[in-house]
Ligand binder design. Structure first.
Ligand SMILES: [Zn+2]
Length: 493
């Protein structure tokens, strides 16, 4: 079903404003997101970025759009620093560990997919690799050279930022001026190949020790990092596409360089809406391995870390991240995760109770109005915290109805169930019992249901001593039974 009557507003980093989303082709969305560099375990901050776009992908799909979502894997060419001086990160790690570069790539690509699967991500439509698109990148470089906006020095090719800036605006996305960049750049030794320090590499000639290398018209070497995204996004989404996303830290220079390369080669910025997800901090500070203020996803799940008091299930972590707008800085703390765990459990308990509600003649909850409020939240630049606040209005109602203090008609109940399922599971991507105790939780609920059945039989046989004993002893371990006209429900403290 097509739900295109929902009007979405997207904050476009290029204009600095929320704009009404109008797809380039009606009913279709093309979205490109800069993927991970697979030379180490995926950083939680990157997980947050990818989760934001997973939620956005899910919402467009829910609305009935045909979405082609491209998220690349950077498996070559990402240099150590922005000045293009460093070694290729992947080669460096390979030499340290004395294994093949592609073995590093394989190991961390598998890790990346495992973490994302654990957190219930949908796979993107296409996940292209930089090394799989060397020919496209070489063609793109040749076009930029032919247009007079790149030059060759000693087998390397550089983008001529100054020349580009004569007829274009370098810095248009990050709101920087070339004059300021010139003023703020220290001149570094060993950069003599470049005409200007602001120029960036499109192709680098490989040193004899550099393992990852390809032949090109200029030298045996490897492509510059910025280039792969331009080559792969336009290859799979066309010279004009709807959304380009990534982390805030990629705005400059990476995305700025993508715009420059594309304008140089094709005459236009291919992107209609530039979107940037904000950073994840921990205990109020930047997460980094060197400072020790760091925890990786697996350690967060298992609790095997010095920062959190215990492990948190992937469902709780997903819920925690969705509680903040993708454009806000999110602070990961133990208290925040404990609170998210409570909230997540309350939400899941209410959803479990939905099946037990008995329809009545009238509703004391306006389900259609509430449903549109949920859409309105998502339509306002994917405002998941507001959506979650609305979901908890429904939780409040479900809890009242479970206690027979509120009523709902059959039609409203079915609308409530389908709407909650859409928003909680399809759009936020949460999963029922999405935690490590999956089988344990299922066994526990089966056991309680069995005790409820035995208690009912005891009461039918007028064995009230036994029925009370079951209720009281369950209460002692924190399981409360509630008797209603329609049967018995339970809650776990
Ligand atoms: Zn990129």
């Amino acid at each position: 079903m097509l739900f295109e009557n929902q009007e979405i507003k997207i904050y476009n980093s290029l204009s600095g404003e929320k704009e009404i989303f109008q797809p380039i082709t009606k009913g279709y969305v093309g979205m490109y997101v800069c993927g991970p560099t697979v030379y180490s375990n995926v950083h939680l901050g990157n997980v947050r970025t990818f989760m934001s776009f997973d939620m956005i992908f899910r919402y467009f799909k829910h609305l009935g759009y045909k979405v082609r979502y491209v998220r690349n894997i950077t498996d070559a060419g990402h240099l150590e620093n922005d000045a293009d001086l460093g070694e290729d990160k992947i080669t460096k790690k390979a030499r340290v560990e004395e294994i093949e570069p592609m073995e590093v790539v394989q190991r961390y690509t598998v890790d990346f997919h495992n973490v994302l699967n654990t957190l219930n991500f949908l796979p993107p439509s296409i996940e292209p690799t930089a090394t799989g698109h060397i020919i496209e990148q070489i063609e793109l470089i040749q076009t930029i050279i032919d247009k007079g906006l790149a030059y060759v020095v000693n087998g390397s090719v550089y983008f001529d930022v100054h020349k580009y800036n004569e007829t274009n605006e370098y810095g248009i996305l990050s709101k920087r001026k070339l004059e300021d960049l010139i003023h703020n750049t220290r001149s570094l030794d060993g950069q003599s190949d470049k005409r200007n320090p602001q120029d960036f590499a499109l192709w680098k000639k490989a040193e004899p020790t550099h393992i990852m290398r390809w032949s090109s018209p200029w030298s045996d070497g490897f492509p510059g990092w910025h280039l792969e995204c331009t080559a792969m996004s336009t290859k799979y989404l066309g010279d004009r596409f709807d959304i380009h996303g990534g982390g805030m830290d990629l705005k400059f220079p990476h995305h700025e360089c993508e715009i420059a390369q594309c304008k140089a080669a094709k005459g236009n910025d291919p992107v209609k809406y530039w979107m940037h997800a904000n950073m994840l901090e921990m205990n109020g500070a930047r997460m980094s391995k060197s400072s020790g203020n760091y925890v990786n996803p697996a350690e967060l799940f298992s609790g095997d870390n010095k920062i959190m008091s215990k492990g948190f299930s992937p469902g709780v972590i997903r819920f925690f991240m969705m509680q903040a707008s993708y454009r806000s800085i999110l602070d990961l703390t133990n208290d925040g995760l404990l609170a998210a765990e409570k909230g997540f459990n309350r939400l899941m308990e209410a959803i479990n109770n939905l099946d037990k509600l008995v329809p009545q003649a009238s509703s004391s909850f306006n389900v259609s109005e509430w449903k549109q409020k949920c859409y309105d939240a998502m339509n306002d630049d994917f405002n998941t915290p507001i959506l979650i606040a609305h979901l908890f209005e429904a939780v409040k109602f479900i809890n009242l109805a479970t206690d027979n203090k509120a009523t709902i008609t059959e039609a409203d109940l079915s609308l409530l169930i389908s709407t909650i399922n859409s928003f909680v599971f399809d759009i936020l991507g949460l999963k029922k019992n999405n935690n490590q105790d999956d089988s344990g939780a299922n066994k526990l609920s089966a056991t309680i249901e069995l005790l409820i059945k035995l208690r009912k039989e005891a009461r039918i046989n007028k064995d009230f001593a036994l029925s009370d004993q079951i209720r009281d002893e369950l209460a002692e371990v924190g399981i409360t039974l509630k008797d209603h006209r329609e049967g018995t429900t339970y809650s776990i403290k």
